[in-house]
Write a protein that binds this ligand. Structure first.
Ligand code: THU
Length: 138
């Protein structure tokens, strides 16, 4: 799938976002190095803190099925399931990406339409990130 198709899939996924409290809908499409796709939406909760972001939903779906090795993630968001502007991942999601992705090569695509998007590496969005490598011995 090219970026255009991935963005279209992300926009389509906004319909699954469960966000009755913020009414801010987020959808993500995660692409593995093998070209497999895992989708995710934000899932809110009346208790607020159990809320899960779209990006982490996509990651946890993949990780929980044994998948490793990720190439990129496409993110779209806006109120009332309509994409508005570009939305960057929250700090917690960036940290989860840091756990499973190479910050120099993993790409984060923030889209506002099929044709308008910006691409960043994880390192650009999380400079000097702390990751698994920092806990290696020696
Ligand atoms: N949200 C995401 O899904 N991803 C982000 O990176 C930013 C925030 C969700 C969480 C919550 O459901 C809503 O957006 C408002 O914060």
């Amino acid at each position: 799938m090219d970026n255009k198709e991935l963005i279209r899939k992300a926009i389509d996924g906004l319909k699954y976002s469960y966000a009755p409290y913020s009414n801010f809908n987020v959808s993500a499409v995660l692409v593995t190095k093998d070209g497999e796709i895992y989708t995710g939406c934000n899932i809110e909760n009346a208790g607020y803190t159990p809320t899960n972001c779209a990006e982490r939903t996509a990651f946890f779906k993949a990780i929980s099925e044994g998948v490793r090795g990720f190439e990129k993630i496409v993110i779209v968001a806006g109120k009332n399931r309509k994409v508005e502007g570009m939305t960057a991942p929250c700090g917690v999601c960036r940290q989860v990406m840091m756990e499973f992705c190479d910050p120099k090569t993993f790409k984060i695509i923030l889209a506002e339409s099929e044709d308008t998007y910006k691409e960043f590496t994880l390192e650009e969005l999380l400079p000097l990130g702390f990751g698994p490598g920092d806990l290696l011995e020696g």
